[in-house]
Design a binder for this molecule. Structure first.
Ligand SMILES: Nc1ncnc2c1ncn2[C@@H]1O[C@H](COP(=O)(O)OP(=O)(O)OP(=O)(O)O)[C@@H](O)[C@H]1O
Ligand SMILES: [Mg+2]
Length: 237
């Protein structure tokens, strides 16, 4: 569904990604793991048209989307939940949801909000509350509802449970699985590698801006060297 070929990209002249090749299959969950600073966020930001592409090609459903601006990528059917600051704290939940519909008409946005909140009880309950007053888990639910407003075919999650309590993290993960079961293709960056790999179909391991493994998540979990190297980095940090 999403194909990345020979991608070299970065920020200005600072290259972060080196000859990255990757494949996201329709209806599946791909987990991206790798140490801090290895380029995981940069990879999905590049898909969203937020970095500088020097060479290579990104295709979504066979259309070339390389270098398209963020709102055009969004319009094609990809939603993105950034690692930080994915809701506006000083706005209400409802106002955040309205903003999420920026590629739709006001009427369509309102219709989509009323449909979407049926699947997110917490979001429905706190519609008039400012996001700044919500817990981290609740805010993440709002961010997910925002991503759903535009009926995406694929959602890119950048460490959605990183700062959450185990209980809130479980609920968010459960919701991600639920969305996937309904046909949404998921790309998930996660630091808690083991857990994220257990729910994934496929995995991508990044090290220093390069892809060092792509294949089934099960095989990466079982891989004697890669697993150890990666978990070694984790336990040392
Ligand atoms: N906006 C930016 N401008 C310049 N350099 C950046 C920018 N964002 C990230 N970088 C650099 O790009 C490299 C990769 O960062 P990136 O955020 O993609 O890593 P990551 O794998 O997501 O790390 P983490 O696990 O800490 O989130 C790092 O060296 C980082 O300092
Ligand atoms: Mg990151």
């Amino acid at each position: 569904m999403l194909t990345i070929r020979g991608l070299n990209a970065g920020y200005g002249k600072f290259q972060v990604l080196f000859d990255v090749n990757a494949e996201v299959k329709k209806g599946k969950i791909l987990t991206i793991v790798g140490p801090n600073g290895s380029g995981k966020s940069t990879l999905i930001k590049t898909v969203m048209g937020m970095t500088k592409v020097y060479s290579g090609k990104i295709t979504f459903k066979n259309d070339d989307i390389t270098g398209l601006s963020t709102h055009l990528v969004t319009k094609r059917g990809i939603s993105y939940l950034p690692q930080t600051g994915n809701v506006f704290s000083n706005l209400t939940v409802e106002e955040n949801l309205m903003l999420a519909g920026y590629t739709l008409s006001k009427e369509d946005t309102k219709k989509r909000i009323s449909e979407t909140i049926e699947e997110f009880p917490i979001v429905k309950k706190y519609l008039r509350k400012k996001c700044g007053f919500l817990s981290g888990g609740e805010r993440q639910m709002v961010a997910m509802a925002m991503a759903m407003i535009r009926k995406p075919e694929m959602i890119l999650f950048d460490e959605p449970v990183a700062s959450l309590s185990p209980k809130a993290a479980n609920e968010v993960m459960k919701k991600i699985l639920e969305l996937n079961k309904r046909g949404i293709t998921v790309v998930l960056i996660e630091q808690a590698a083991k857990k994220a790999l257990q729910i994934a179909d496929d995995a991508l391991l990044m090290t220093s801006g390069k892809v060092t493994y792509q294949g089934s998540a099960k095989n990466l979990l079982a891989h004697p060297e890669l697993g150890k190297v990666y978990l070694g980095i984790k336990s040392g940090s």
